[in-house]
Design a protein around this ligand. Sequence first.
Ligand SMILES: Cc1cc2nc3c(=O)[nH]c(=O)nc-3n(C[C@H](O)[C@H](O)[C@H](O)COP(=O)(O)OP(=O)(O)OC[C@H]3O[C@@H](n4cnc5c(N)ncnc54)[C@H](O)[C@@H]3O)c2cc1C
Length: 396
Amino acid sequence: MNRARTALVIGGGIAGPAAAMALRKAGVEASVHEARPGTADGAGVFLTLGSNGLAALEILGADARALEAGFPTPGILLRGGGGKELGVSRISAADPVSRTLRRSDLYRAVRDEALGQGVRFEHGKRLVEARDTGDGVTAVFADGTEASADLLVGADGVHSTVRRIIDPKAPSPSYGGLLNLGGHARGVKADAEPGSYVMVFGRKAFFGYVLSPDGEVWWFANVPCKHEPARSELEGISADAWLERLKGLFARDAGPAVRILEATDPSDVMTASPLHLLPHLPHWQRGRMVVVGDAAHAPSPSSGQGASLAVEDAVELARCLRDVPNDPLARFERLRRPRVERIVKAAARVNSSKAPGPVGRVLLEAFLPVVLRSAASGRQVREVYGHRIDWTASAA
Ligand SMILES: Cc1cc2nc3c(=O)[nH]c(=O)nc-3n(C[C@H](O)[C@H](O)[C@H](O)COP(=O)(O)OP(=O)(O)OC[C@H]3O[C@@H](n4cnc5c(N)ncnc54)[C@H](O)[C@@H]3O)c2cc1C
């Protein structure tokens, strides 16, 4: 492939705008093509952007809005359902400190930064097909329009279309056995340090909460569910019904879960969604097409790293396009795969500990402190959260 001068980025979530900014920094003119007709304001509840993700955004000159929209989140206190303290896990490097922010605020932050840097966005552009023409690539959208460039970057999330175009035999993301939902509560006392999470391995489900600086409690629940429910089935369950169900699930656990749920207005509850994982994708790239972010490697939300890895991908892809004359996409895959798959694997272990059953729960409470000690060790925290990309170093 000759040096790419232009790129079509498919997907305007987190990886997409970040990739477009990074590519521009490397001298590749990139535009973003997003399926949704409008912006993602209001999508999902909240997430953590790790120190490593913030540092990658800083390289793009795009960290200010995310820093401003979030609050510092240094760690997690883990408890058993009986109230026993199981340990403390650090989820941040010293500088910058990881941030918790509403998902919609992060989407808006990266999009606004990209727009400010001159990236062009096109909405209502759902990619359905892409053709490698040898000297370029042509994207075909559901509305019948087409666009062409030297390169196509699939930043189209966990249910990626680009992934399947690159490799029709690519595995589909698997259902992780948990439903996720969350919300916000006001006027309730929660025994927590502002900014740090408390997470409870409850008897029947997993509950996490964090106190925001303005006194709101942001919470989420992971509810074990053996078979993946259809989207229509989940949409048919009202927020009121979910709140009642969750109160029942957490009734026997120590801690403020039930009080938090009672203080939650149903309009502040996010619709439940099944958790999907994509632990290993055999081919990240082919010819003039490549996938980044969740399209390449969707870790469980237990990793707290999905968004951060997506931004890291963007910066590394740009570095490879800037520095590697032959097969920069293959170099990108080789550079990223080991780190990403290590993090995805570790998160899958945490995921399975969220629904262990009664016997597993006793073992969990006995062994989690040991696991945590290793996860919170300086080396592990440094590897995940202390990871820094050197933009000035050559990727060749
Ligand atoms: C409940 C939950 C909690 C999470 N918590 C955390 C956390 O604490 N920390 C963290 O780092 N990560 C977390 N994550 C993961 C994080 O949200 C994702 O890893 C991150 O959003 C990945 O960014 P992305 O841009 O790759 O994908 P997405 O954000 O999913 O964006 C993909 C975009 O592509 C668009 N698209 C899809 N198909 C097409 C198409 N055919 N054509 C054009 N556009 C298309 C979509 O509309 C979307 O806008 C969580 C995820 C979930 C579901």
